[in-house]
Write a protein that binds this ligand. Structure first.
Ligand SMILES: C[S@@+](CC[C@H](N)C(=O)[O-])C[C@H]1O[C@@H](n2cnc3c(N)ncnc32)[C@H](O)[C@@H]1O
Length: 402
């Protein structure tokens, strides 16, 4: 069978990612562990009818569910991630996958004949991609735009995003982006073509591993649940943003600009403000005048006061950040509770955080918020210790609806 051949022949060297199928298409910092979702699903003492993932990110939860034949749907606020999640969940026929590889070869062969698209408006772009690499990407972008078939264009766009990383001087997957020295001499059109074709093979290999059931990602703010989905789900498995100031928009900017999901820095900044836990760009000034609704357990406000009194010019801002994060999560948890079927269970993978030596015990706050909202038996357990600091852990917080 062609699909098996694609897998065996995949020359792509990222063996681990390839073996992860579609999960390995684009590994982004927000992604959590496939195994964790599999374990949660297999430990359930009931067969879930429908799983909700309210913070889809790269689509891990719903792809695991779809691969196991479990119905699910997901919400996500970032349109780029909505697109990526849906591309990962699609069923691609083997004929379509073969066509995709043929088109990829055609594009690689003709790459020099395409007029380069305009470079994305990324500040100091040649720190990210040397001139030759950026020109290659700009030609590839034009080439992909000429493909009319939607599904094929989607697979090519996934490969394109991967190439955007492969050809970059930036060290991705790190909170503070760092850059290697640009060395144009190690890049040639031939290297670009080979990388592109290897990535397309890896994407084709994942595409040939079809999910057992369909699922979808809906563009929606998880502070509410779309009306028509209330009462449809009996399980929630998710990892929301942590209260640790990681900005997914900041990290995803390169892909979002290259794929035209972002056109200006104002758009990036506006989107970051809409996300739970966004503190980047415009969010910084909006947070400074933000006012609390007072809907949290009062020890959370005591923690915020301790943060605010730290000897740091951003201390007040960080205190507002923490309060707003949990007030937003309270809105979200209430909405989830209202739409959850009776006896349904929720699983939140979250991390605690620390500001100027003050610990924010996210696990305890989630448990208290859930109890306050009406969930039964909220509790947490440690999943793992996070490497960077001994005091930082990842937890799973669980609860049930009576
Ligand atoms: C930790 S990541 C999720 C990771 C995901 N489990 C995965 O494996 O890729 C959190 C996600 O929540 C999204 N998000 C933040 N605020 C949101 C909101 N208000 N509504 C929906 N999604 C939101 C972010 O864009 C980000 O993709």
């Amino acid at each position: 069978m062609r699909s098996e051949k694609i897998c065996q022949n995949a020359q792509y060297t990222f063996k681990y990612n390839s073996s992860m199928g579609r999960h390995g298409w684009l590994r982004l910092t927000p992604a959590y562990s496939v195994r964790l979702v599999e374990e949660i699903l297999s430990d359930l003492e009931y067969s879930p009818q429908c799983v909700l993932e309210p913070f889809s990110g790269t689509g891990t939860t719903e792809l695991v569910c779809a691969n196991k034949g479990v119905s699910s749907f997901a919400l996500e606020i970032n349109p780029f991630l909505v697109w990526l999640g849906n591309a990962k969940l699609k069923m691609y026929s083997s004929q379509k996958i073969e066509e995709f590889l043929r088109v990829a070869e055609f594009i690689a062969e003709k790459i020099e004949s395409y007029t380069p698209s305009e470079l994305p408006p990324i500040y100091n772009i040649h720190r990210w991609w040397g001139k030759a690499q950026a020109d290659f990407l700009a030609k590839l972008k034009t080439a992909i735009k000429t493909v009319e078939d939607n599904e094929m264009q989607q697979l090519l766009a996934v490969a394109f995003c991967r190439i955007v990383i492969e050809l970059s001087n930036a060290a991705f997957n790190h909170v503070s982006t760092s850059f290697k020295e640009t060395d144009d001499s190690i890049f040639s059109i031939e290297v670009g073509k080979d990388t592109f074709l290897s990535v397309c093979n890896m994407v084709a290999c994942g595409a040939s591993m079809q999910p057992l059931v369909s699922s979808k990602v809906i563009h929606h703010d998880a502070r509410s649940i779309p009306e028509q989905y209330n009462g449809t789900y009996d399980t929630v498995i998710t990892s929301p943003p942590y209260p640790n100031r990681i900005s997914y928009i900041r990290e995803l900017r390169p892909y979002m600009y290259w794929t035209d999901f972002l056109e200006t820095s104002d758009q990036a900044s506006e989107l970051d403000w809409q996300t739970i836990g966004g503190t980047w760009g415009k969010a910084t000034s909006l947070l400074s005048t933000w006012e609390s609704e007072g809907s949290l357990p009062h020890y959370v406000y005591d923690i915020a006061k301790q943060i605010a009194s730290a000897d740091n010019k951003s201390a007040g801002l960080m205190a507002n950040y923490v309060m707003k994060y949990f007030e937003d999560m309270r809105l979200h948890l209430s909405a989830v509770y209202n739409g959850l079927k009776s006896k349904g269970k929720v699983f939140y993978i979250i991390g605690n955080s620390n500001f100027y030596g003050v610990t924010v015990p996210a696990e305890r706050i989630y448990v208290d918020l859930m109890r306050d909202i009406g969930f039964d038996k909220p509790e947490y357990r440690i999943v793992r210790k996070r490497n960077c600091n001994k005091q930082l852990y990842e937890f799973v917080v669980t609860a049930q609806k009576a």
